[in-house]
Structure formats: C-alpha cells, structure tokens
Write a protein that binds this ligand. Structure first.
Ligand code: ADP
Ligand code: MG
Length: 537
C-alpha cells in the first residue's frame, strides 16, 4: 500500500511550542523579521508599480502593555487578506516568504521555512492578528489560543499592515519586562533595515514631548551593507566602536563583499593585541540579512580567525542554525575558505605596499599569522610570503630573506638552514652576542605561540631547523666544524656542573672560550635543544 502520512495537529502543536527553538526569546526576532519582510515586500511591490498609493513611513512598533500582559508588533507592510491569512498563517510550514522570493527574486527577504510565526506560541496563551492588505480589501482578524482551532473574520482595521498581539503566558512573564524586551531587540534587531521603535503602553517618557520622535532601536543602514568605495577610515573605526564600545582602535579591516557563488558581506577587524591571553574569541557576529543569528561562529570562520572581530552576513546561512547543521553545510565550507583567502590576500597586500606599517603591527598580527600557519595549510601557503621574524637588532626577515641573509653562514651539515632564536634576549644575552659576533642572525621567539610555531614549522618547512641560541656553543649549533674540546679539566667541569645543577637539573656544560668574546662570558652553560623542548612540551 502507498499513501500519505497524516499529521495530527493536536499532537504537533505542543511539539512546535516546546522544541521549535531552545531559546524562547527568539519569538521576537521571528515576529519582527516577519514585519521587516512585510515592509520590504511593500517597498518592492511599490517600486514596480504593483502596489498603488502612498508607501507612507515604513516603521515597526513593538509595544509592551504590562498591565494587559500583551506585547504587540505592528508593521506598515503588505498586510494580508483573509485568504492570505488562511493560506500563510493557518497552514503551518507554508512560507509566503519563499513564494515571494521565487516570484520577485527579492534577496532581502528573511523568512524561509514558514515556521517562525508559530514561535509566538512558545510565550503566549493566545495570539491575535489584525491585518489589512495593500490590496483593496477589508481588514481581517485572526486569533488562536494555541489549540488547532482558529477564528478568522473581517473587521475594521484600516491601517495597511499587520498587528500581532501576544497574550504572554504565565511561564513567560519575563517578556513583560521592558528592559528584557529592549535587550532582545538590541541583540537581534540592531541592524535590521526598517526602523524599529519600542514603547510601553501608558508610560509617558519624562521630558519627551509627545510629538518628539523617539529614537529607533536599530541602525537601519549598517556599514557592511554599504559600498567599500563610499566609506572612509573614520566610518570603519566608528562602526567598530558601535560594535565594541570599549575596545581600542583596530589595526585594519577587511570588507567582505561576495555575491557569487554565495552571498556574503561583512567587515572583519584585526584588533590590537599585546599578549595572547588578552585574546577574546567569539567576537564575530553572524547575521543573516541583517538579522542577528549568533556570535558563535565556529565552523563558519576558520578557527584561527576567530580572533578577529566584526560582522559577517550571509543569507545563505539560515536563521535557525544548529552546530551539526553548519558543519555539513557546503556553503559554510565555501564561506570559510573564502574568508581565509581574503584575510591572507589583505595581509599580503599590506606587507607588499606598506611594509613598515606591517612590521609595526607585527606584534598583534604575528599571533594570527602564526596560529593560522599552524592550523590551515591553505593559509600557510600564502603566509610563507609574509611571515616575518624580528631579529635582536629590530630588523624583520621573511623566511626567504633570512635564508638569503644567512646563506652560507647558517647551514648545518645536512644543508638545512639553521634559524637561531632566542626566547629571552636579556637572559640569553651572552649567547646572542656570541652568535652575532660570528655574523649570525638571531631572531626573537618570545611569545606563547612561538614554541608551538617552531615545532610545527620544522615539519612544514623543508630544510629549516630551529635552534635556540643557548643550546650549545655557537660553533656547534651551526655544526660546520668539529666540536671543540673543553679547556677545563674533568674535575673543574664537574664542579661547574654541580654549581649550575642546583637550578637546572639537565644542565649540560660546555666551556669553549673561542666561540665567545672574552668580555661577555668565559664559560657557557648550555642545554641541548631536544632536551629543552622535551621539557617545555
Ligand atoms: P516565513 O517567514 O519563514 O515565511 P513565518 O511562519 O514566519 O514563515 O510566516 C509565514 C507567512 O505568514 C509569511 O511568509 C508571510 O507570508 C505571512 N506573514 C507573517 N507575518 C506577516 C506580517 N507581519 N505581514 C504580512 N505577512 C506576514
Ligand atoms: Mg518568518
């Protein structure tokens, strides 16, 4: 037998109520984005002449009436006829947004699945809807108390658009708190394209004249939707402050703007960072058509770029994202790769065109770059060109430059380039000076990420080995000559070992005055690189 699965609405309703979203506050995002969609639709229809008459001021009002225990969302959008209410509202999971998009190719529409409206029942005992379509028909009234039964009839409702009245249920009284609602609106609706006003019924704001216009809670024209060519440095810095009021001015930014093969806009900022422990992840906000989705962008943004700040917006990432969904989504993979490429290109551009400024910022940049090189091979490939290492005299070298600068000098027996480094130029000064006197270049590897970076790069870079400057006497480090015998007697050597061993158990003592200038140190204590790394790991 073949047939159709039948769904019992009595059973499905409670499931929707309970499980549609784990976060109940999402209902407001859904209803406001429906109001935005309705407003965008009337704009589109009016611009192509399908909707006649005045467009009027498009705005969305969210009105809280704590006394009546209602929350209303009012828009001046397309509205619905009785027939449309029956089609779009009474049929769960039937999306008018999808239909509209297919017909008008309007990319500004948020809706997708035809479920959002029902999130209202997560917080309401009863939902009422008043609507008047732009088509010249009577106003309609619809209501439902969360059971599968509804009422629908004509009423006198003469403002084009829709008003949804939620009767907030007993468990959801938190949504009768003005600050809570304002907070949700600020979080999810801060950059929606239609002005949103929040007010409380019966509450007159002290000092605000009735006629005086309140401020909308949103910025309808956020920076990332504008053309990069129209924006100044100040605009980018101002927007950064809008996102992160207490942060320092960012180093630079990347304006993302792709419309094929996926849609992606946004601005990513490189924050100023002095120490890796200052890094705050989860600073990137994900939007979908200017609706806030989440600030957990793992999977969308490559791990190492989660250190960046800013906004990415892609309508190709659906609103009701879940972690497992994101991981498998092909668009998400493409977006991830695109962001990596953009960031690498930007870094290379700054490196090539403004090298001194690049070097000045290296203290902050180095961290991203090194982290990226360790974790992302695509990035590594590009970053090999602009990774720099600062030597103890303050000069910066790319790997290629380092190789050239030290070409004949710093190769070991196997012909590998030996990168001599110091983790502490002050403490290791004697070794550093000895190496410099021989003409060697010693680079600084002082940050937390460096130890891991060195280990990883030895595997990724061919023919390069890293040696800490105090791992042996300098002639042995480069390993071109035969090792020199100690000029100390065995007894003296043991004594010295004992002396140092108090602090460093695996101390390895070599005394070799030839490799050092007499003024710096007559005796050097060293610990082999492999021993130290074992211990550091
Ligand atoms: P979606 O937004 O994903 O399409 P919803 O459940 O949120 O699904 O809404 C279902 C449909 O109801 C919408 O597509 C739209 O046609 C209609 N609708 C909902 N809210 C409004 C509104 N404020 N104004 C006009 N139509 C609306
Ligand atoms: Mg919707």
């Amino acid at each position: 037998q073949k047939g159709q699965i039948r769904v019992q609405t009595e059973n499905i309703f409670p499931i929707i109520k309970k499980f549609l979203y784990s976060d109940h506050e999402i209902f407001l995002r859904e209803l406001v984005s429906n109001a935005v969609d309705a407003s965008q639709k009337i704009k589109t229809l009016s611009s192509i002449g399908e909707a006649k008459g005045e467009l009027g001021e498009l705005r969305i009002d969210v009105v809280l009436d704590a006394k009546e225990k209602t929350l209303s969302i009012i828009d001046r959008g397309v509205g619905m006829t009785a027939e449309e209410v029956d089609k779009y509202i009474n049929q769960v999971a039937f999306s008018g947004a999808e239909e509209f998009m297919n017909k008008y190719k309007d990319a500004n529409i948020i809706g997708h699945f035809g479920l959002g409206f029902y999130s209202a029942f997560m917080v309401s005992d009863k939902v009422e809807l008043y609507s008047k379509s732009f088509k010249d028909e009577s106003g309609v009234y619809w209501s439902c108390d969360g059971s599968p039964e509804f009422e629908l009839y004509n009423v006198d409702y003469n403002n084009r658009g829709t008003k949804i009245v939620l009767h907030i249920n007993e468990e959801s009284q938190e949504f009768l708190d003005a600050e809570r609602i304002r907070g949700i609106l600020k979080r999810f609706c801060k950059f929606l394209p239609i002005p949103i006003f929040f007010s409380e019924a019966g509450v007159e704001k002290a000092g605000v004249e009735k006629e005086e216009e309140q401020e909308p809670i949103n910025n309808t024209d956020p920076l990332w939707v504008k053309k990069p060519s129209e924006l100044s440095k100040e605009d980018y810095e101002k927007f950064y402050k809008e996102l992160y009021p207490f942060s320092e001015t960012p180093l630079f930014w990347i304006h993302l703007n792709v419309d094929y093969p996926f849609n992606l806009t946004g601005v990513l900022y490189f924050p100023k960072i002095k120490q890796s422990y200052e890094i705050q992840k989860d600073k990137i906000q994900l939007y979908s058509n200017q609706v806030f989705v989440t600030d957990e962008v793992k999977d969308i943004v490559p791990e190492f770029l989660m250190l960046l700040h800013g906004v990415i917006d892609s309508p190709d990432i659906p609103l009701n994202v879940s972690r497992s969904y994101l991981q498998g989504d092909p668009n998400v993979k493409k977006i991830n790769a695109h962001i990596t490429k953009k960031v690498a290109d930007k870094l290379e551009e700054i490196f090539r065109n403004e090298r001194s400024s690049f070097e000045e910022k290296w203290e902050s940049l180095g961290l991203f770059v090194k982290y990226g090189m360790m974790t992302d091979d695509k990035f590594l490939e590009k970053a090999n060109k602009f990774l720099v290492m600062e030597d103890v005299s303050g000069k910066f070298h790319t790997l290629e430059e380092y190789k050239t600068a030290t070409e004949t000098l710093q190769k070991n027996k196997e012909g590998k380039t030996v990168v001599l480094y110091t983790t502490n130029p002050v403490q290791q000064d004697a070794y550093v000076q000895a190496a410099r006197e021989k003409g060697y270049v010693v680079v600084k590897m002082e940050t937390l990420v460096d130890a891991a970076f060195i280990n990883t790069m030895e595997m990724k870079w061919d023919n390069v080995t890293f040696v800490r400057v105090d791992a042996d006497i300098v002639d042995n480090l480069i390993d071109k000559q035969e090792g020199n015998d100690s000029i100390l007697s065995a007894e003296e050597s043991t004594k010295l070992k004992e002396l140092f061993a108090i602090e460093i158990p695996e101390l390895h003592v070599t005394t070799e005055v030839k490799g050092l200038s007499a003024t710096t140190a007559p005796v050097v204590a060293t610990r082999p690189e492999f021993m130290r790394r074992m211990k550091d790991m």
